[in-house]
Write a protein that binds this ligand. Sequence first.
Ligand code: ADP
Length: 363
Amino acid sequence: MIINVDDNPAARYIRTRALGKAGYEVHEASTCAEALETVKLLHPDLVLLDVNLPDGNGIEVCRQIKSNRDSAGTIVLQISAQAISAPQAAAALNSGADSYLTEPVDSEVLVATVRALIRMHQAEKELEETNRALRRSNDDLEQFAYIASHELQEPLRDVSAHSQLLEMRLKDRLDSEEKLILQTIVKGAQRMSTLIRDVLAYSSEVRRTGELNPVPLQASLDLALANLAESIRESGARIEAGPLPVICGESMPLEQVFRNLIGNAIKYRRPGGPLEIQIAAEPAGPDYWIISIRDNGMGIPIQYQERIFSLFKRLHGREIPGTGIGLAVCRRIIESHGGRIWVESEELQGSKFLFTLRSAAAC
Ligand code: ADP
């Protein structure tokens, strides 16, 4: 339905007739007050709004329609007088009008413009609805993953603990085949609990809605290095870290990013040579920093460099333990900070993981 607002009866009549002929239900108003009242009462799809009205300005009427929650979704097509069209057209669009036409308005152009605007609006509404439905189903799925992994933990702990107990108690009574069967059960339970722990970490990350504050990245790195102290010592890794900035973020998740990336550099090192890891930061424009973690390990073939950030994607088999969740967690964290993460690498030449974070000043 359309409301046609114009104080000039002849102009109003011509437009109502053209739109009526095109199949639209049209109601009329001739003043600002009448226009606002009719919009409130009839909830039209579109308001055709003349700028010059006897009791005020159509641009102000448009502003009121668009600022009211009940009518904000109504399309406003403003019609400005030719003599002062440019400033009026700009003012109309600035006050929220969806489009404008300048006098004299050709009836065919009017009908085509109305059709196009309604079509666009319809498409926008459908897109919004689809987005809402997608967000809802995504939330449901994420909640499901969280609850499922949470609930699975307890029975799995029972399986794990009791199979280990059985292994200990029956140690001397089982033949070698039976021992192997039991070992497979114990290993399977252990692997499953690692998987569940990581899925839980991933879905907790989704549920996090922390506030971003200025955070010294050095503190997050120090904590990550302390947590990795044992594997750093065992691998003999040499770690060099340049000065790190204060950025806009949350310190615990960023510690997790460092822990996952440095942990991977250690896990996927090249056997034989000494492992070297370099951590650095450089500004990328006034608002961002690029943080990099470079290793001289196995490297990642180019065709996998995007895919490894997806859930459960692994390039290495069981010989190196892992769940394929660590990089997906990193991506979640960095994206929730408004940043981006990627890798540059050549097979057997090492990898450089890079991510952007907003500077503290942009917080
Ligand atoms: P996980 O280490 O548990 O398998 P990630 O999500 O952390 O899972 O990593 C996904 C895959 O990316 C790994 O299985 C490994 O194949 C590859 N990868 C990650 N980091 C490196 C690295 N620094 N060097 C070589 N390969 C890596």
